[in-house]
Design a protein around this ligand. Structure first.
Ligand SMILES: O=C(O)CCC(=O)C(=O)O
Ligand SMILES: [Fe+2]
Length: 499
């Protein structure tokens, strides 16, 4: 599960460094072997040429007779032993050791990374050819992908039943095959995937077209022969979705998802009428300390009230929290492994850890600041949740509170999450906004700021308009920490319109 958090991806670079230096020492040993053998061959060739000039004279010399005999009786044996010296064994045993002691991504990791990249394409409308050229949002970030790289993307997406992106990536692999002469994926494999993916999309016409192309390339392909018949029959019977569409189709999406994605892409924002009412202010009246160091509050929405506080977590506090959380991310991984595949999409794209106030005074300090920011008591709050999002890491639209029907089973004695305080512990280069699809509000992470909102209406009912999501991280690493305040004990303190 290395792809789930950026911090753990960095460890993969260490693994790669070990692999590379092992390969280099193997090549060096091979080079030495070859130059030793070359030296011997040259030497024997020279001696042999001298002998050939005057064969009879050469062998009639007793020294030469001895040397020739010795060369053939002994020296060639040692050549044989050099030739049979197995350098591969050492290379392989080192690889085995590296794999044991270093982090190695699994097939699941590879699948997760491919799915994450496709999710970024889907959310940010990134065209496959551009991505394959190493471009994200018009900026070139990495070197172009080979036909084989694209093929692997397609193969992984096929495994995840994402046929739209299978077709897109396998098509890209096909386009790149001509320039990638020594590619290890063949046209046959490419056509196999294209015909399967189109068939899974229900497009019989296209599936048949690629099956026939496949038979042109590999006329004895048995599965393709069977498939051709099957598809032809399907077409004749008028069954299947025998469309003549040229484009593959996307999975259908809810309006909520569409709005969430548009907010992530900055295609929509709140109306100017609402935006013009928002203010920035200094908050000084919550505690004596704030008179000296007021909180910088920026309103992000009025109904429901959502604010962003600026500079409410210091870099030193952020560093401390990250270091405390990191080793626990790993423990979380083990726990998840035990559960097997389970819920794939949600837990896999970020890693989290929980920190308790009693562990360190910095955490108590943060809780006190949360009290200043909210005017509420943090005593009955949850531990601080720390999250690091990985490649394409996101969080689907959700509510932080439990609905009445779900409440009794999970929240227990501390009541519901009435308030969310979300600290941004990093800037994010591209993507990673917190968006509220019902309000057209998008909050962009800024290191040291914190968002704060009520999840409940004055009536005491959960506020459905607080539905929010974390947009996938396109470039960079996103760290957040969250403090949820609970309803118990807050009844008298909760001054709904505090400001
Ligand atoms: O990371 C974000 O921007 C939002 C996180 C969130 O909504 C949550 O953890 O409940
Ligand atoms: Fe949330």
């Amino acid at each position: 599960e290395v792809f789930t958090a950026i911090t753990e991806m960095e460890e993969l670079l260490d693994t790669e460094a070990q692999f590379i230096s092992n390969l280099e020492s193997y090549i060096h040993a091979l080079d030495q072997k070859i130059s030793l053998l070359k030296g011997q061959a040259d030497d024997y060739r020279t001696k042999h040429q001298i002998a050939q000039k005057d064969t009879a004279g050469y062998v009639s010399n007793p020294i030469n007779a001895f040397l020739l005999t010795k060369r053939l009786a002994r020296d060639w044996e040692s050549i044989e032993s050099v030739v049979t010296r197995d350098l591969s064994a050492e290379f392989i045993s080192k690889m085995v050791a590296h794999k044991k002691y270093h982090k190695i991504p699994t097939d699941e990791d590879l699948n997760g990374a491919a799915v994450a990249l496709a999710r970024l394409q889907e959310t940010y409308k990134l065209n496959t050819t551009n991505v394959a050229n190493g471009e994200l949002n018009g900026v070139k970030y990495s070197s172009p992908m080979t036909s084989n790289d694209c093929f692997e993307m397609g193969r992984q997406l096929y495994l995840s039943k994402d046929y739209y992106y299978t077709i897109s990536w396998i098509g890209e692999a096909m386009d790149r095959l001509a320039i990638d002469r020594n590619s290890n994926n063949s046209l046959t494999e490419i056509l196999e995937y294209l015909s399967m993916a189109w068939s899974d999309q229900g497009n019989t016409v296209r599936a048949l077209q690629y099956t026939r192309q496949l038979l042109d390339v590999s006329p004895n392909h048995e599965a393709a022969m069977k498939n051709e018949k099957k598809l032809e029959n399907l077409l004749k019977e008028g069954g299947g979705r025998s469309t003549f569409e040229n484009e593959p189709h996307h999975k259908p999406k809810s309006n909520e998802t569409l709005t969430y994605e548009m907010l992530c892409r900055k295609e929509i924002s709140m109306s100017p009428a609402v935006a013009s009412k928002l203010k920035c202010k200094y908050v000084t009246n919550r505690s004596p300390f704030l008179k000296i160091a007021p909180l910088k509050l920026e309103e992000a929405n009025l109904e429901p009230y959502i604010v962003v506080y600026h500079d409410v977590m210091f870099d030193s506090e952020i560093d401390f929290i990250k270091e405390l959380a990191k080793p626990r991310f790993k423990r979380a991984t083990v726990g998840n492994n035990k559960h097997g595949l389970g819920v794939v999409a949600d837990y896999r794209i970020s890693k989290s850890a929980w920190l308790e106030d009693k562990e360190h005074k910095i955490l108590q300090q943060i809780s006190r600041r949360v009290e200043d920011m909210t005017g509420l008591i943090s005593e009955k709050s949850e531990k601080l949740q720390v999250v690091n999002y990985g490649i394409g890491g996101y969080y689907v639209p959700h509510l932080d509170f439990k609905k009445d029907s779900e409440l009794f089973q999970s929240v227990g004695s501390v009541g519901n999450r009435i308030v969310t305080v979300l600290f941004y512990m990093s800037d994010v280069l591209e993507g990673g906004a917190t968006v509220f699809p019902a309000l057209n509000v998008a909050l962009w992470p800024k290191k040291g700021s914190a968002a704060f909102w009520y999840n409940f209406l004055e009536s005491g009912k959960g506020d459905l308009s607080t539905l929010h999501a974390a947009c996938p991280v396109l470039i960079g690493s996103k760290w957040v920490s969250t403090k949820w305040l609970h309803e118990i004990k807050q009844h008298f303190l909760r001054p709904y319109k505090l400001w």
